[in-house]
Design a protein around this ligand. Structure first.
Ligand SMILES: [Zn+2]
Length: 311
């Protein structure tokens, strides 16, 4: 990835489960990424937290759904390897092999892999590189521990949809609580900041579900932004992204998307930290959602979907 630090977004999100969140063990789910809260001991007491890797999976699949809605075939199916015969029900997605399973014989540099990768892989990573977005584990805030309840579940046959005789499993559900996690987006293109903002808006509007059992009314969560900071090393006064800050050579090598908002977005006065300027947009980030949103659809249409040959 780019060997220079140019810009970064740091967002603290507080997650508040509205429905109980199922805690299962040893079961894979068919209704999306698993969100298994993990128990740990901190300061001598038991504490549940959501692993950052699971939260990242939830945000990724939500963004993939938005991208496929805006433009079918624009993002890959990350686990879809040509060498395995995987049935893909939607015709438009049958060539959506995972970017991580694609290559280009002439140039397999990480810059070329980034340029070839779909929106979801550029943002969240693939087998080839780590992605620009990372998210920390979400721990309960002091005084906001969830409660644990026991539930019973009946085993469902995946093929017939009927119950499986003799399969009754214990479930535990986390109820309430308030968890905080930090999302970091390094060297963002403006369409990536737009994508992050779309995710934050959907979290705020309770449109992102986590955990299993979403089909039976579990796993709704509200995500509230409690802090949002942008930092830049190059001097800026308006909201810029990697395209504006990179060199011509970097724009070419990484296939950066050229896009600027119709009206330049003015940033508030910065706080200086050494060579970094930090802009606190905790109160105003939601104002940037609409002016930036066209960047995301613009990228999907311009890029056209995963590139390179599926081996
Ligand atoms: Zn991809």
């Amino acid at each position: 990835m780019l060997r220079r630090f140019l810009c970064q977004a740091d967002v603290v999100v507080e997650f508040e489960p509205i429905d109980p969140i199922l805690v299962k063990s040893g079961y894979s789910t068919i209704d999306g990424p698993d969100m298994v809260p993990v128990v740990t001991y901190r300061s001598g007491s038991k504490e549940y937290y959501f692993p950052g890797s699971s939260l990242k999976g939830v945000l990724r699949s939500h963004l993939e759904r938005i991208a496929r809605t805006l433009r079918p075939g624009s993002v890959c199916i990350p686990y879809y390897d040509r060498r395995r015969q995987l049935p893909v029900p939607v015709a438009e997605e049958r060539n959506s092999y995972g970017c991580g399973y694609r290559s280009r014989s002439s140039d397999d540099s990480s810059a070329q892999s980034y340029a070839d990768s779909c929106a979801a892989c550029r943002l969240f990573g693939s087998l080839k590189f780590g992605g620009r977005l990372s998210i920390s584990d979400a721990y309960p805030l002091p005084g906001h521990q969830p409660k644990l309840e026991r539930r019973n579940g009946v085993g469902i046959d995946r093929f017939t949809g009927g119950t499986v005789r003799g399969v009754l499993f214990d479930l535990q559900a986390l109820v309430g609580g308030r968890f905080a996690a930090t999302i970091r987006l390094v060297n963002f293109e403006l369409w990536q900041l737009a994508a992050l903002n779309l995710l934050l808006a959907d979290l705020r509007d309770e449109l992102v579900g986590i955990g299993s059992g979403r089909s039976r009314g579990m796993g709704r969560v509200r995500g509230t932004v409690s802090r949002y900071a942008l930092s830049y090393v190059p001097p800026v006064a308006t909201l810029d992204g990697l395209y504006q800050l990179a060199s011509d050579q970097e724009r070419q090598a990484y296939g950066l998307h050229e896009w600027s908002p119709q009206q330049p977005i003015q940033l508030p006065p910065p706080q200086k930290y050494g060579v970094r300027s930090l802009f606190d947009i905790s109160q105003t980030w939601a104002d940037y959602v609409n002016p930036l949103a066209p960047a995301f659809e613009g990228f999907l249409n311009w890029h056209g979907g995963p590139k390179g040959t599926a081996s």
